[in-house]
Design a protein around this ligand. Structure first.
Ligand SMILES: [Zn+2]
Length: 349
């Protein structure tokens, strides 16, 4: 009898050890834990997304695997609680870490390296200059843990010479980021109404908002300069939204549109800007009301969209990669859809 009890005890101990091991390595049953299940499902999905993105980087001819990865990303990020899930937060961290590593290790010869960051944030680097558009730490998502931490953002700022902020909304303008640029003696260009009641306002560069004037913006403590046309855009009828067209010393040019969705009058400059100036790359907000007309106006060599999957927006206006593909269907201008942290080496024709 004693031997039998000993056997049963030993069996139970071994069994629970196996269960514990499974729990640590791979939990195989999530009954009663819906959030745990969803987090795990996102983790597995995002792991596969990362694998596909690294195997199939951005290219004009997009293989099915990459397109599927971009749509899987939409699926995960359009879950109502996505930004609160540790697996999604990890994904953002990893994607940004990847961009930081590349930024620290990349010297550009010909053309420009372009990094897409969170929401409508981009960093452009040529042989001589590096500048950012709408760099934010993702606080607009209002989810604890879903953020680009200060240390990571500081590492990106270290790599840049200047920052352009389109307009005042939190998914584009981050005061801590702007102050960090200024603290390093690097210019921040923004629309006049950005932080107009804060002390930072007088340190910000407010270029005249007109489409027929080229401003010189000194960077690298005066050693280099960018030329900028600060187009007078708007979000809706009255929110000032700068649409800078930035010319690098190499003669390439890049325009980011912020939340351009202005009144009909804005088409006056949009329709003609590309006829008057060569544009290499346009970074439009994917949801702008008439993206084809915008592209026709700018006549860029390449379009790279932004503003997909802004987690602070409700599901219906969070935008998505699949919707960008749909909206840009039939575009005669080549376009690329990038995930957070991805880069593309643009070489002009
Ligand atoms: Zn926005």
């Amino acid at each position: 009898m004693k031997q039998l009890i000993l056997c049963v005890v030993l069996f139970l101990m071994a069994h629970s050890a196996i269960l514990a091991q499974n729990e640590n390595s791979e939990k195989l049953n999530w009954w009663g834990d819906i959030e745990g299940f969803m987090n795990q499902q996102d983790k597995i999905t995002l792991g596969l997304v990362e694998e596909a993105l690294s195997k199939y980087p951005p290219s004009y001819e997009e293989p099915l695997e990459r397109r599927m990865a971009m749509l899987m990303l939409d699926g995960v990020l359009h879950e109502r609680l996505a930004a609160f899930r540790p697996s999604v937060q990890d994904f953002l961290r990893k994607r940004i870490a990847l961009a930081i590593k590349e930024l620290q290790q990349t010297d550009v010869g010909k053309g420009a390296m372009i990094w897409k960051l969170y929401n409508h944030g981009f960093i452009v680097r040529t042989a001589s200059v590096t500048f950012g558009f709408d760099l934010v730490r993702a606080h607009s998502a209002k989810a604890d843990g879903f953020l680009i931490d200060n240390k990571s953002m500081a590492m990106m700022i270290d790599q840049c010479d200047a920052l352009f902020i389109s307009h005042r909304h939190r998914d584009h303008a981050d005061l801590w980021v702007a102050q960090s640029f200024l603290d390093q003696g690097k210019p921040v260009v923004a629309a006049p109404e950005v932080w107009k009641d804060e002390s930072i306002h007088k340190k910000i560069t407010h270029l005249e908002r007109v489409s027929n004037k080229i401003h010189a913006l000194k960077i690298q403590k005066g050693k280099q300069q960018l030329k900028v046309i600060n187009n007078p855009g708007h979000q809706g009828s009255d929110i000032e939204n700068n649409v800078p067209l930035v010319f690098t010393p190499e003669g390439m040019s890049f325009a980011q549109t912020g939340d351009q969705s202005g009144p009909m009058g804005d088409w006056d400059w949009i329709d003609t800007i590309g006829a008057q100036n060569p544009v290499d790359v346009l970074f439009p907000n994917c949801w702008t009301p008439d993206i084809h007309r915008m592209i026709e106006g700018f006549q860029p060599q390449l379009v790279i969209t932004g503003h997909e999957n802004e987690m602070g927006h409700t599901i219906d206006h969070r935008e998505s990669n699949w919707l960008t593909y749909t909206r840009l269907k039939g575009s005669l201008t080549p376009f690329l859809v990038l995930a957070w942290g991805e880069s593309y080496h643009y070489v002009p024709k």
